[in-house]
Design a protein around this ligand. Structure first.
Ligand code: AMP
Length: 189
């Protein structure tokens, strides 16, 4: 996955799996930017931009922003100069439409793009999410976000497994343990 053009990675997994924390650490370690679509959207909402206004209700309900909007957003980010040595996506792709669009629009396929999947059992996820404090972390919204994950995002595991781009990592344990496992997989892939 470290091609001559750098690291092209996505952290994948259900809400609460630890994608954000691990993506940030990995970004520091590898020296490539962490691109969290959730954070970008929350910033757009806070700034009251047109995109933010369109995304807010959907986010508050724990549902997914449309594929077209997300593909536009990611496409323009990846063309920033800072991504010339690669990137670590966090929270994208999140639907089959996004995964297919990412390949065609952005040109990343299994030969250069790897998906690091954090594996965490469902009961532990709900508990972890309840311990966080975010507007969309109320229990009903949590359950909705997990349902959306199972319905729309989980099928991507097979999509990337078929392309031999999926690297499964045990996401249970301390932040440090999980990070070491991630680094080992990135190093050996
Ligand atoms: P996150 O911080 O990744 O959990 O994202 C928070 C919320 O932003 C999600 O529940 C979605 O409503 C929205 N969102 C983030 N990334 C995406 C994406 N790739 N596709 C659609 N919606 C997204």
């Amino acid at each position: 996955m470290s091609t001559p053009n750098g690291f092209h990675l996505a952290l994948f997994g259900p809400p609460g799996a630890g994608k954000g924390t691990q993506a940030q650490r990995l970004s520091g370690e590898l020296g490539v930017p962490h691109i969290s679509t959730g954070e970008i959207l929350r910033a757009e909402v806070a700034q009251g931009t047109d995109l933010g206004r369109r995304a807010k209700d959907v986010m508050d309900r724990g549902e997914l922003v449309t594929d077209d909007l997300m593909l536009d957003l990611v496409h323009s980010r990846l063309h920033h100069q800072e991504c010339r040595r690669g990137f670590i996506l966090d929270g994208f792709p999140r639907s089959l439409g996004q995964a297919v669009g990412f390949e065609t629009l952005c040109g990343y396929d299994a030969s250069s793009f790897k998906v690091l999947s954090l594996e965490v059992p469902q009961e532990e996820l709900v508990q972890r999410l309840k311990d966080r404090k975010r507007g969309d972390d109320r229990e009903d919204v949590i359950r909705q976000r997990l349902a959306v994950y199972h319905e729309q995002t989980e099928p991507l595991r097979d999509f990337y497994r078929q392309r031999k781009a999926l690297l499964e990592i045990d996401g249970v344990g301390s932040m440090e343990d999980v990070f070491r496992r991630l680094l080992a997989r990135v190093g050996s892939a």
